[in-house]
Design a protein around this ligand. Sequence first.
Ligand code: MN
Length: 288
Amino acid sequence: MHCDGYTINIARTAPSVGADITGVDLSKPISDAVFDDIRRALGEFGVVLFRDQNIDSNAHLAFARRFGDININRFFQSVKGYPEIAYVAREPDQVGSTGWYWHTDHSYDQAPAMGSIFAAREIPAVGGDTLFAGMAAAYEALSDGLKSTLESLFAWHTDLVCPEVSDPTLQAVFADRQPGLQTNKGTRSKHPVVIRHPISGKKVLYVNPGFTERFYGWTQAESKPLLDFLYAHAGQPQFTYRHRWKEGDVAFWDNRATWHCALDDCFGYRRELHRITVEGVPLEAASA
Ligand code: MN
């Protein structure tokens, strides 16, 4: 219980990633004490979930701004009147989606986004779940030998290797759907393979199937077997949490601590989420 009368409760949703937070009303400004609890939980659990929230776009923005500057997304249309809020919608007859593979948003940026805050506006009766994987738990489960090897490595990340770009037919689908919007543009950044998480201080595996190109100083062919091993390892069910959305959910995930994957299995239904992405910081090696 905080002095302002809040009783905030934090409960894991799965052993490796995710926590439900209750006792917070995001339609109202949050106190510094509640902000600190949420931020710490985000670092610790990677994803925090708030149920039955009734927030409008102003409250969504006010909450996001507590955590940092807003990153204006170049891949989505925005919510009318709110350029900072991405309109992530899928129409019932729409073919082609995005982000259906494991990835970490913006890992190709020099200072990758801290995370995204999603408000669920319209949710399919079935399908459209989001999967998360916890990269601190996945790293922790590796052998000491591999951990020390990985801690000495860096990797290149680029927005040119994700499936939407490597498959030209998908590019055409996106161009049809969102004419005039920018797509991937060849941004490339080098990050440590094992980072020290900026909030939790934990060691976190920081490569992902969406955007990691190769290890620094290694060819793509040399990198592929070890990257494939890490992807198979980190994507194992025990490191994941599957979020079944309900209208009124607010989900906030930390891009440095997690992977996510948006299941493209809700053909015939409409899905609408509003997303605000918070800017991050350059990442430091766990070994530094
Ligand atoms: Mn994503």
